[in-house]
Design a protein around this ligand. Sequence first.
Ligand code: NDP
Ligand code: HSE
Length: 443
Amino acid sequence: MSTTSEVSAKPEAQGREVGVAILGHGTVGSEVRRLMEENAQDFAHRIGGPLALRGVAVSNPTKHSRTVPEELLFDDAMELIARDDVDVVVEVIGGIDYPRQLVLAALNAGKSVVTANKALVAAHADELAEAADKAGVDLYFEAAVAAAIPVVGMLRRSLAGDQVERISGIVNGTTNFILDAMDNTGASYDNMLAEATRLGYAEADPTADVEGHDAASKAAILASLGFYTRVNFSDVHCEGITGITADDIEAAKNAGYTIKLLAVCERITDAEGTESVSARVHPTLVRRDHPLASVSGSYNAVFVEAEAAGRLMFYGNGAGGNPTASAVLGDLVGAARNKVHGGRAPEENTYASLPLADFSVVPTRYYINMRVRDRAGVLAELSAICAKHGISLRTVRQEEAEEGARLILFTHTASEGDLATTVKELEAFEDVLAINSVIRLAE
Ligand code: NDP
Ligand code: HSE
């Protein structure tokens, strides 16, 4: 940012003041307010008029009295939104039901909204977009996916002239932080989850991170934007990392893989040429020489494959107060500019309305780690079960175990449905003592 003396040499920003309400002053909200104040003069020039903070709504005002002047602290967010001098509302509270009421109230009152709330956007996108359209105001949510990485704007604007085929990657910082530490240092799951919470990466309820719900919300948003088709949170197949053990990580390592929680959104074309959309989140084995394997800590990476652009990769800070504030403030500058000069952000557009693919037809590959009775002929019988369902085995490794033998199977690509049926049958087979884990493999 410019120094004060450089700024004072620039002409005054001439446009009108834009009133801003910030709802939430936690990890993200406090950074948004701080950076908005520190960079006020630059923002005024970029917008064409100054931003004026009208208030900050929190649940416990006394907690914030050292950083926010008393007259700007509100314990009733609705009261702040309703003020005539508020033009743009920044929602960084989190959750779904209450923020939904707040955001709808703001949009219905003709205020533009900037939110970082992926859970809200992924659950109520149609309703929110409709309210924004009706009022002719902006609804921005860049920070809702991969924090500082500008993937929402990239899909909304930069790739609007292309045909997106696939969007995949690591979109949850907390789980990447945990898996990376477990892989690199053998740190425990519980300790690393506590550390991710302390660092401000995790959601207020970290279950949303570790169960994959946060990544599923982001996948829903990415798929909706990329395929011009409404995909809601409930449409995304979702598996989290709570079942991943140190043993899985060790076995993956020995086989040359690391485990990442991936979100995959893709356009699927069947033999008749009918297109559908699949969105899913699950732990995935990634080869150690794959670019995703080196995405460490709370970093995120998103790959986009588009017809004309080819393969694109976006990488950066996917969680935390500062990176998220960067995305929120970019949206705030955009919304404020439109208030000063007129115009609107690109609207939500779901004209393609592609059907959702049945999860069972999605092509995938499995890694199966199981314990079997150590007797002659077992391997042949297990292979026969796989073959019966058209599953071809790519590699099979046998290791000694305390009881029986450990078998590690890597399959070739098959449909999700056939692979799931095969695992069920293996589970029921008398010589299989336990299926320790089943993890999909990245293509
Ligand atoms: P925090 O839990 O740190 O902060 C939440 C804030 O909301 C607190 O200031 C809290 O007030 C306030 N609040 C809670 N309930 C109310 C209420 N009823 N009325 C007014 N204010 C209320 O959350 P984060 O900053 O981490 O996250 C905010 C949003 O940003 C979430 O939607 C999250 O998913 C999203 N996000 C977060 C990222 C991150 O890395 N943290 C990254 C990308 C998106 P008080 O302080 O008084 O308790
Ligand atoms: N809890 C989220 C994560 C915050 O860990 O990625 C960023 O959206």
